[in-house]
Design a protein. Structure first.
Lengths: 375, 191
């Protein structure tokens, strides 16, 4: 067993145990965010993109890398087509003198979770989290097929949108949604994304009729029901307690964060729901009556509908003001961007309390929910 | 309920094959071929670097922080995480900063006789080294600090690639003292 890995696990286990004993969590907040999404990243590579975003994120609150206690990133070698690609991207951080650093082969939202745990342990007061993806370099449907069960499912190479279409078909056949409802979600995304410079597919005046007349791509999903794949990245800085207050006038405090997983085997799941999303939101303390906004991460309109139901979101809550992942979906960063979107609206004083959601795996298999508040 | 036995002996116990499949040859492995195709487009700075090779030029990137020069250019100063935009043309001469003698063949490189010498080449004007093959002398003669220069392909064979340099050969100039050989970007103070 890799000793470094073992010791990391033990430290985390020890830290959580300590927190349980005292029943008190440290107050941790998002204090700075920066993100960029575009259809195809061509002028710069991922390293240059992240150097830009990380600098922006640090400079806007006046911290240097030396003042960051822990750095954690999320990216995928399968997406980059390069082994240990995240090591290259550390060039964008300025990892000299040597830094305390970690990486997850997951969306940056899960890297943020690791950083949050590190901050709970209490050894550091600040953390830099970032993630990025450049799906335009390869075939995302093939890349995502490799995450499936290697014996029974992966050899069939089902593409991610077909799997999501099976989910949508079940919803329709069981009478849990309609084509019209799905198109309404697609329209919401395009309308909301109009003012978001990172949104790729937007329109101010697209009609429901237009959307419902779009050709079916993977039956029953139409073009606008499927997320618009985009290149990009996101950087976030977390800080604890007084440090957060000194860095940011109005930090976005993490009131709860939780990550739950459904079975890897698609056949044993009821794909019309996502129990892990429900549970993650419950454990994070969603309190849906008091949610001003929610940023939910689904790769289809049907998945957004499932999530709205699992989170019991009502008309009181503004959903995906950014346009969501439907408007621009950057594998490995879409989840972290959801957190950044909620946090920036709280930090600006525009909103008080929000839910940010990130997903991973096929058909909403893994779900992370983060509740943010301006206090 | 008794506690599960996870001792190595318990785990290595013979597996009992069910009657229904006892006569069949066991499945010992499953092959799931994976083929992923990427369309890699180098960033403009990398393209500039690759194109310059076709003119027998080697480009580096100069840090805006302290002027340290990195080769190959990656568009960032990895010590500070800042973007670099200034390219500089480097000499095709330098010294061996470190080396190793390799006795294993490289798959697909039948032209390369073993043992060969892989070296960290430190170009004049650069503050970090990059990888190269040293030849044109006995392997025993290669040493840290040895001055070398690029041996380029013939003009008509040049392309947008680092493969244009066949190997690095000794120049015969006096060697760089060992204490001054190798990477200098990480120990220099601001100049």
């Amino acid at each position: 067993m890799n000793l470094q890995f073992l010791s990391k696990k033990l430290v985390i286990a020890h830290g959580i145990e300590q927190m349980n004993k005292t029943n008190s969590f440290r107050d941790v907040a998002v204090v700075s965010v920066a993100s960029h999404q575009t259809k195809i990243l061509s002028e710069v590579n991922e390293v240059q993109l992240m150097a830009n975003l990380i600098s922006k994120c640090r400079n806007s609150i006046g911290v240097t890398q030396e003042e960051i206690g822990f750095t954690c990133s999320g990216s995928s070698d399968f997406l980059a087509g390069q082994a240990f690609s995240f090591v290259h991207t550390l060039d964008s951080v300025g990892a000299f003198p040597p830094i305390s650093e970690s990486h997850v082969e997951m969306d940056g939202a899960f890297a943020l979770y690791e950083a949050w745990v590190k901050l709970q342990i209490g050894e550091v007061d600040t953390a830099l989290v970032y993630s990025y993806g450049k799906p335009s370099a390869g075939s995302i449907i093939d890349v995502l097929a490799t995450q499936l069960d290697p014996y029974y499912v992966a050899p069939l190479w089902p593409d991610c949108f077909s799997l999501a279409a099976l989910q949508a078909r079940l919803l329709l056949e069981k009478g849990l949604t309609t084509f019209e409802r799905m198109s309404e979600i697609a329209m919401r995304s395009q309308n909301n994304g109009f003012d978001n410079p990172n949104a790729v597919r937007t329109s101010k005046d697209i009609s429901l009729e237009n959307l419902m007349n779009e050709p079916v791509i993977v039956d029953p999903l139409r073009t606008s029901d499927i997320s618009e794949i985009a290149d990009g990245g996101c950087a976030v800085i977390l800080a604890a307690e007084d440090k957060a207050k000194s860095l940011c006038e109005r930090p976005a405090w993490i009131k709860g964060i939780d990550h739950r997983i459904d079975s890897h085997s698609l056949g044993v799941r009821d794909l019309t729901g996502s129990p892990s999303a429900f549970l993650a939101a419950e454990k994070a303390g969603r309190n849906s009556d008091r949610l001003d906004l929610a940023e939910i991460h689904g790769m289809t309109s049907a998945q957004e509908l499932i999530l709205e139901k699992e989170f019991s979101l009502s008309e009181k809550t503004h959903i995906n003001l950014s346009g969501g992942a439907l408007a621009a979906d950057t594998m490995m960063a879409s989840g972290l961007i959801r957190i950044a979107e909620v946090a920036s609206r709280i930090m600006s004083g525009q909103m008080d309390r929000g839910l940010a959601h990130a997903t991973s795996g096929p058909c909403l298999q893994q779900n992370l929910v983060c509740i943010l508040e301006g206090k | 309920m008794t506690e599960a036995d996870f001792s190595p002996a318990a785990l290595s116990e013979e597996v009992e094959i069910p009657e229904s499949i006892s006569g069949l040859e066991p499945v010992r492995s499953v092959r799931t071929p994976i083929r992923l195709v990427y369309d890699f487009v180098p960033s403009p700075s990398v393209q500039e670097y690759l194109r310059s090779y076709s003119e027998r030029k080697i480009l580096g990137h100069r840090s805006p922080v302290d002027g340290a020069v990195f080769v190959p250019p990656r568009g960032v100063d990895p010590r500070h995480g800042v973007l670099i935009e200034e390219s500089v043309e480097l000499s095709d001469r330098g010294h061996v900063g470190n080396f190793c003698v390799t006795h294993l063949p490289i798959p697909g490189r039948d032209d390369l006789d073993t043992p060969y010498v892989s070296a960290w080449i430190h170009l004049d004007g650069a503050n970090v080294g990059f990888l190269g093959l040293v030849a044109g002398c006995d392997n025993d003669e290669v040493h840290i600090g040895m001055r070398v220069q690029a041996v380029w392909k013939e003009q008509e064979e040049l392309g947008n690639t680092a493969e244009n340099i066949l190997y690095w050969k000794p120049t015969g100039e006096p060697s760089v003292p060992i204490e001054k050989a190798g990477n200098r970007a990480w120990d220099r103070t601001n100049e």
